[in-house]
Design a protein around this ligand. Sequence first.
Ligand SMILES: Nc1ncnc2c1ncn2[C@@H]1O[C@H](COP(=O)(O)OP(=O)(O)OP(=O)(O)O)[C@@H](O)[C@H]1O
Length: 486
Amino acid sequence: MNATTTTAMPILRVEHLSMKFGGLVAIGDLSFDVRRGEITALIGPNGAGKTTVFNCITGFYKPTEGMIRFTGRAGDEFLLERMPDFQITAKAKVARTFQNIRLFSGMTVLENLLVAQHNKLMKASGYTLLGLFGIGGYPQAAAEAIEKARYWLEKADLTDRADDPAGDLPYGAQRRLEIARAMCTDPELLCLDEPAAGLNPKESLALNALLNDIKDNTGTSILLIEHDMSVVMEISDHVVVLEYGRKISDGTPEEVRTDPSVIAAYLGVDDEEVEEVLIEVGDEDVIEQLDTGPDTEHGPEASASMFAGPLSDTVVHGNGERVTVEKGAGKAGRARTEKPAAAKPAGTAARPVKASASTGRAKSGKASAAEKAEPPVTGDKSAEAKAKPAAARKEGISNRLSAPRGGKADNLQLVKGIGPVNEKKLNAHGIYHFDQIAAWKKADIAAAEAYLAFDGRIAREDWIGQAKALAKKAASVPATRRGGRK
Ligand SMILES: Nc1ncnc2c1ncn2[C@@H]1O[C@H](COP(=O)(O)OP(=O)(O)OP(=O)(O)O)[C@@H](O)[C@H]1O
């Protein structure tokens, strides 16, 4: 294979990937490419399967079916689904970061960058004591490692903090350090799992700058999972959208943001988030409709929550296209699009409706605190919810608080499985702290699952165990040093 062919090849080709956990199809027949030298974003609502895709690519999971073909710069090909994870890092040069920051928090920032180069240094030592004492290539390799660490310190804007413990850095700086650490391994493909989670706008900008710099100056291709649409739309060359483990859209940010299936998928979140998404995708016409308030005649059923089930939402786009999510449907696959030509005759044409008027309230009329405190369980998923202990549903979680202690909530997104949507919901239900989740009993879990419309996921993802560990850690760290966006 000549060099031109190689550079034109996608660095990663995911072909017919499926991953099943028992009866749950987390990913179903998924195919997409990551093009070399580009930033590709993998987006989708919570539970869409994004992290599972990452876990398959990086060897944490062995997919049930499908191929993950990696082509290196030199034309070397690897089938990642057949390789153990350490070889994927070492041979294919795929590096990753995780949803939850995983730094050596007691080591300094510089030490974190040097540890990342440990394998290379050990190789240079010839794995001998003499090597470590300067016989052979070790001194040269050590000097190069320090130079590389210095380079990435500067790129990540961390030079001033080089000697500080990594755990002392602000949250955004820790995220950049993780990326710098991954870059010290000279990856060909960098996989980032929600790098912008918990960042404030200034930190998000710094992250965007770092990722663009990597793209422009290193040749490393980037695959990122991200919920923050401003990051996705700003820096991605290519966006793949998942919903329930299936691809619903694939294209440029511009193509994806105007794709009715994607809008319909995102309409499946809370009112406030629908608004956020639509503002971020910049569909002026739809935003205007949001401002017109509820349409009781054509408005949707009781809930538009992705977690609460049935939708009957309709949106009219700038080009006159009307997207209806069928009554009883939850997902984009069931979205029906009517082109303007197919619109009903004058007089009977459906009025533009408030896209997210799931509760029949106008944009300005946000839910009252009482409504938010215990929203009713509605829709299709209510069948599931009904199966939960009735008392739990009725009484809700036992250790709710009316406000975060000390006015500062913990960053619940540090619990794997809690994304921005679920964090917001938990806060709305009076859950702000790790120790609250850590103290949940069976009935509390059932109550939480009822309004998050989960089915056993809290136990599966061991939120209690994770929250216990995080609560313990938080208790040992002064409040001012706790990472998080809150
Ligand atoms: N190890 C596992 N065992 C059982 N089910 C799993 C496992 N890992 C993931 N799942 C399930 O697979 C589905 C997809 O989860 P995944 O974490 O990949 O979604 P996601 O899109 O990354 O979500 P989020 O945005 O919330 O992180 C979920 O229903 C999840 O509960």
